[in-house]
Ligand binder design. Structure first.
Ligand SMILES: [Mn+2]
Length: 256
């Protein structure tokens, strides 16, 4: 099994309209863990929710197996969920202190994404961009039921209504998607502040042509140039051969 290394870039910006950035990003290439959380609730509550998630994921240690790693991430998120739900109960009735979450874990040649809400993970592989996550949103439910055409989704008025989030219910179901990684893979984690301003084809074109840092700058710039109505956050992870493997190959080539 060849080793992999990761070139990563992350950006988070308040946007052009909002006063507060309630998004949070996490990038821990040394552990193989990245995340985007998009908080909601106003009065600093959304800010609190997304910060608590990212703080919890910041303290996870590298564990012995992929399953243990995934379990630990899930348990951390569930703990935050319980804390937020009880916090909201002690507040004014109707108070919501919630956040979306997308997390990407990479361990021993495999990835796992877990998520709640409408933040997304995309994978660019072999020149094609695919959305790995499936939004927990009103729009996605209407598309699934056949009541709304995907092409009409950008014009649907309640595009920001989500159907699942961390901190909203006692029971939180996190969806999970997983698979093997390969050299050249590019993962993009992002909040709806990006996907609300750029479509998938545009994002694909940017990811294909640029390094992680360059692509991150460009995606943020386009979003801001178009008036970024929401906070915008993104994390890019380029999967590359490990430095050790590259040196070994080079040495073999020299000796040959
Ligand atoms: Mn948002």
């Amino acid at each position: 099994m060849p080793g992999f290394s990761f070139e990563t870039a992350e950006r988070t910006h308040v946007g052009c309209v909002r006063k507060l950035n309630e998004d949070r990003v996490l990038s821990r290439p040394e552990v193989g863990l990245w995340a985007v959380a998009d908080g909601m609730g106003g009065h600093q509550a959304g800010d609190l929710a997304s910060s608590m998630i990212v703080d919890a994921l910041s303290s996870i240690e590298l564990l012995g197996t992929g399953y243990a790693f995934l379990d630990e991430v899930q348990e951390s998120v569930q703990r935050v969920n319980r804390t937020l739900v009880s916090h909201a109960r002690l507040s004014r009735p109707g108070t919501v202190i919630g956040s979306t979450l997308v997390a990407l874990l990479i361990y021993d040649g495999h990835f796992a994404c877990l998520w709640a809400g409408d933040s997304r993970v995309y994978l660019l592989r072999d020149g094609r961009l695919n959305q790995i996550t499936r939004d927990h949103s009103m729009v996605q439910e209407l598309i699934d039921s056949g009541a709304l055409q995907r092409a009409d989704a950008p014009y649907y008025g309640r595009s920001n209504v989500i159907t699942r989030a961390v901190g909203v219910n006692d029971r939180l179901a996190l969806d999970i998607a997983s698979g093997p990684i390969q050299e050249g893979d590019v993962f993009l984690l992002c909040s709806d502040g990006l996907t609300g301003m750029m479509d998938d084809d545009e994002i694909e074109a940017v990811l294909k042509a640029r390094t992680a840092d360059d692509a991150a700058d460009h995606l943020l710039k386009v979003t801001l140039d178009r008036g970024a109505k929401d906070n915008v956050s993104l994390v890019l992870v380029h999967v590359e051969p490990s430095v050790d493997d590259t040196l070994r190959t080079a040495r073999r080539t020299l000796l040959a």
